[in-house]
Design a protein. Sequence first.
Length: 251
Amino acid sequence: MSISIVWAVAVIALSQLRLVEEQKETEKIKQAFDLLKQETSYSELLKDISILSNSSDPVEDALKQSMQKIQEFTGWPVGHIYIMNTDQDMIRSSKIWIFEDWEQFAEFKKLTEKTDFRPGVGLPGRVLTNKNVSWIKDIEKDKNFPRAPIALKNGLRSGFALPILIGRKIVAVMEFYSKELFEENPKLIEFAETLGFLLGRPFERDHAGLRKEEYENHLRRLYSRMKAVREEEETEGSRERSADNINEELR
């Protein structure tokens, strides 16, 4: 009787051990699958951005479409582009945005478009200083985010920004914001740095063959053109109208 009980306990213990091992294997398989899925998603986004960056589309079109792709990938509802003002060593809003909800973030949009950033000031300014991706986990606790009151009022909690580069020269900054708190994502940060160099290609192609003084003037004209695209879209009352539909009349 005692021996039978011992054997029964042993069998049950072995069964539970096998179950635990099977669960571990299942978890490992799931983790491997999730990692593969993530890597595939990053690869697909990289391919999409590469195609846009190497297309013959105007700079503003390539940037807007790329920003849309990044927003869809991250799920962050607000995307915006700044253009470098080389005369004054600052960046200014291009007035080109991607929004999940235009009305919800209207105040943040208005404030951003009238705020210029110098190196070191705010999220865009940190990117100018460090020349790499900058991340804010909690806008409410960040001591260097001048737009915090309006951002929080409009429901924004986390943000990150990446430099758009030609070599080591910043020509633009792209920023994104989330309604949820997000810890720094090392994989996304590393990936965004790669995107920054890719997105510099439309600028590089646009500026090819220009002397330094011509390049500065061209960058100023590009800023005005991008601003005009945004203002034209708002005037027409169709925020879904793409920049390429009106590009010819602005060039």
